[in-house]
Design a protein around this ligand. Sequence first.
Ligand code: GLU
Length: 427
Amino acid sequence: MSVTTSSELSYLSINQAGPWGNFVQQLERVKPHLPDLEPWFASLERPERSLIVDVPVRMDNGNTVHFEAYRVLHNTARGPGKGGVRYHPSVNLPEVMALAAWMSVKNATLNLPFGGAKGGVRVDPHMLSHGELERLTRRYTQEIAPMIGPDTDIPAPDVGTNQQVMAWMADSYGRQTGLAVNGVVTGKPVELGGSLGRQEATGRGVFTVGQLALAQLKMRLPGARVAVQGLGNVGSVAARLFSQAGAKVVAVQDRSGAIFSEGGLDIDALLERKKNARQSLADLAGTQTLTTEAFWEVDCDILIPAALEGQLTEHNASRVKARLILEGANGPTTPQADDIFQERGVLVVPDVLANAGGVTVSYFEWVQNKASYYWSEQEVNERLGQHMAQAFAAVWQLAHEKGVSLRTAAYLIGCSRILRASELRGL
Ligand code: GLU
């Protein structure tokens, strides 16, 4: 079968060099390994459905502000769309497309019965009051309601959103449709049908694959030096788990700046301080301030980018000292940086595996909602550990068989599952 596409997607010219362009390059590296499925790759090179909506919000001062927002369903060959909602001032359509595509690959690599989707609102949530945030969330949910649903597309938290946002989304969806279904979103508060263990799941998964990768590299966890970029839901949990296990978190970076301590930072104290006062890290006693450049060059064994995409590039990859990179964020490493790391023998555990703990427990949440039967936290964590370990072992083995990076191996597993499903379905 041959596939001809009528033309390039017009909206792709907006940002070819950004995350979407990176995703397409990542796909290109997988194609030669899956010659039988090649004709179906064109379906991954464009999203199935993209929705752009206007979200007008009455602000506290009486003015109305219009926010641009999106929901993208990248692929549903293996099941309903699944993926978070991001509130960030730089969100745009090609970025949400890439984030949705990464969800397709992640869900397939972990063998979760979902396709991939993502949403976003172009807004700085830190500039909104609680009431403004609620009105924005409710109106956004109303606007994307035709697309989402427990069996069509299931949102969850991402950068800039949290359990409270999910509670408002579930409530707004229920009021609009008359369906009292909690399973329309995951990452909800436990009181509304959220799963125990979901909040920590992404960071916990990063820690789990970190332990497995260290074992393969014959590196010891106690005393290992760790640097973490981003102290949101992913970075803070990963930093805490690594430090509890005896690693030394020597550097962290957040929106306010980066700090370093040769002896290891006191992560509990640091997170407590952030929680209480949204304070800057800069003036924390006993620590040294770092520039962004210096943060990437810190002497460490493990680097955890857990913020945004496009952080590790051809400009800084050759200066990274870590031997192991765990991608807590989605898309933090460009394909050019991947090549540099591969050449230098730096092991990158890719986002679609390293940060898949969150969506894995989202899947458990969705299953619990469907069954209206709830698991203990221990059960959730055990199943999460098993799921991550299985996926890690499969990716590791394939990477060694084929002599490819862990990213390409993960894509091989994920893409072959998706494309095989596409082939079976037909057009
Ligand atoms: N936003 C998270 C991710 O990028 C979680 C998605 C979900 O739970 O659906 O994987």
